[in-house]
Design a protein around this ligand. Structure first.
Ligand SMILES: Nc1ncnc2c1ncn2[C@@H]1O[C@H](COP(=O)(O)OP(=O)(O)O)[C@@H](O)[C@H]1O
Ligand SMILES: [Mg+2]
Length: 345
C-alpha cells in the first residue's frame, strides 16, 4: 500500500496517546477505538496526524490547506456536542474537495434520523416497525387505539448508543406509554419514537463499499440469562457494561441456524437498504427477526464503531478481513469515493 498522509479526525477528549503502556483497560476504554485506528494506520506505514475537533473548523481548514492530506479518517460523532451537526463537518470537507472515509453527508443525515430512514425505506417497500412520533415540546396526545398495538417500544428518534433505552422502554399500556414518552422528552430532549415491539432475534449486518458492496456475516446478540428474566433488548448496560455482560453471559457472534436462503435474503436486503440510504464507505445495519422469519430494520448506523474486537471488526475478521485489512479497505474506499466535485475536476 502506498504511504499516504492521513488526518485522523476525533473528539478532542479522545485523542489517543502514542502508546498505551502502563494504562489500565478502563483508561484505554475511553479512546480504544481512536487508539486502534491510529496505531493501525501508523503500523500500515502511513503518515498520520491527529486532529481534535470540538466546535470550530479553523484548524481543520488550515491543515487541509497546508498539509493536503490524501484522506481524512473520520471518527467524529458530533460537532459542538450535537450529533446532528456531524454531517455538516463532512459536508465541509466535501466542499473543500477533501477526501474522507465513511459516509457522505446525505447518508449520515438520513441514517441518523430514524423517522426519515423509515420513510425512505417505506418507499422501497422495506419493512421497519410501524411507528408514531411524539414531537419534543408538544403535549402528549394519546394515539388512536387501532393505530398502535401494545406492547410498544419507546426510544429517541435521533439519539444512538441506546441513550434512554432500558427495560422500561417496553410499555404495555397507555399510562406507561405516556410516562416513557415524557421520560424521553425530559431526559434526552428529543422527539420520542414509539414503535411496535418486535419480539425476536437481534441481528447485525456490516456492509462495506461504495458501488460494489460486500456484506459481512450476519452477527447476533445473545442475551444469555438476561432473556430468562426480562426481554432481550440492547440497553445501554447490555451494550457497554462489561461486568453486566459477564454476569448474564451476554455475547455477540455469528448468527447460527439460518438457512443459506435466509442468509442470502438478509445480505440482499442489507445492500438494498445501504443503497436506499445513500450510504458509502461502511455501515452496520441493526435488524430484528421474528420467529415467523419476518425481518425489520431497526436502524442503520453510518460510520459504526470500529473498535478492535467489537461487532463490525469481529464479523470482518471471521471472513478473513483482519483488522489492518479492514482499516486499509476503509481508507481505500475513502480515496475512491466519487463525490459530485470529481465530475468538475
Ligand atoms: N421496535 C423495537 N422492537 C424491539 N426492540 C427494539 C425496537 N427498537 C429498538 N429495540 C431494541 O433497542 C436497541 C437499540 O435500538 P436502536 O433503534 O438500534 O437504537 P440505538 O441507536 O440506540 O442503537 C436495539 O438494539 C433493540 O435491542
Ligand atoms: Mg442500534
Amino acid at each position: 500500500m502506498r504511504r499516504r498522509r492521513i488526518l485522523l479526525m476525533v473528539h478532542p477528549n479522545l485523542i489517543p496517546p502514542e502508546d498505551i503502556d502502563g494504562l489500565s483497560e478502563k483508561e484505554i476504554d475511553v479512546f480504544r477505538c481512536e487508539y486502534n485506528v491510529y496505531s493501525t494506520l501508523r503500523d500500515l506505514g502511513h503518515d498520520v496526524r491527529v486532529l481534535g475537533i470540538l466546535d470550530r473548523l479553523t484548524e481543520l481548514r488550515e491543515i487541509v490547506k497546508e498539509w493536503k492530506p490524501h484522506v481524512v479518517f473520520n471518527l467524529l460523532q458530533e460537532f459542538s456536542g450535537i450529533a446532528a451537526y456531524e454531517p455538516y463537518v463532512v459536508a465541509y470537507l466535501e466542499m473543500n474537495r477533501q477526501r474522507y472515509t465513511g459516509s457522505n453527508p446525505r447518508g449520515l443525515m438520513l441514517s441518523q434520523d430514524k423517522v426519515l430512514t423509515k420513510q425512505v425505506l417505506a418507499s422501497h417497500r422495506i419493512a421497519t416497525p410501524s411507528f408514531h412520533l411524539f414531537p419534543y415540546g408538544k403535549r402528549f396526545k394519546a394515539p388512536r387505539k387501532d393505530k398502535l398495538r401494545f406492547p410498544l417500544f419507546v426510544k429517541s428518534a435521533t439519539e444512538d448508543a441506546s441513550l434512554g433505552i432500558a427495560q422500561a422502554s417496553i410499555v404495555e399500556d397507555m399510562t406507561k406509554l405516556r410516562e416513557r414518552v415524557e421520560f424521553i422528552h425530559d431526559t434526552v430532549q428529543s422527539d420520542a419514537l414509539v414503535e411496535e415491539y418486535i419480539d425476536g432475534r437481534e441481528l447485525y449486518i456490516g456492509v462495506l463499499g461504495n458501488n460494489r458492496l460486500t456484506t459481512l456475516p450476519v452477527w447476533e446478540m445473545h442475551f444469555g440469562t438476561l432473556a430468562d428474566v426480562q426481554a432481550g433488548i440492547a440497553t445501554r448496560k447490555v451494550k457497554w457494561d462489561r461486568n453486566y455482560q459477564e454476569k448474564h453471559g451476554i455475547t455477540t457472534g455469528p448468527a447460527e441456524g439460518l438457512s443459506e436462503a435466509e442468509v442470502e435474503k438478509l445480505s440482499r436486503l442489507a445492500k438494498r437498504i445501504y443503497r436506499a440510504l445513500h450510504l458509502c464507505g461502511f455501515a452496520r445495519l441493526d435488524f430484528r427477526m421474528r420467529d415467523d422469519g419476518k425481518v425489520f430494520l431497526l436502524e442503520a448506523n453510518a460510520n459504526p464503531d470500529l473498535t478492535y474486537g467489537e461487532d463490525f471488526a469481529e464479523s470482518a475478521a471471521s471472513v478473513g478481513i483482519s483488522y489492518d485489512k479492514l482499516i486499509a479497505r476503509i481508507v481505500n474506499l475513502g480515496l475512491s469515493y466519487e463525490p459530485e466535485w470529481r465530475l468538475y475536476e
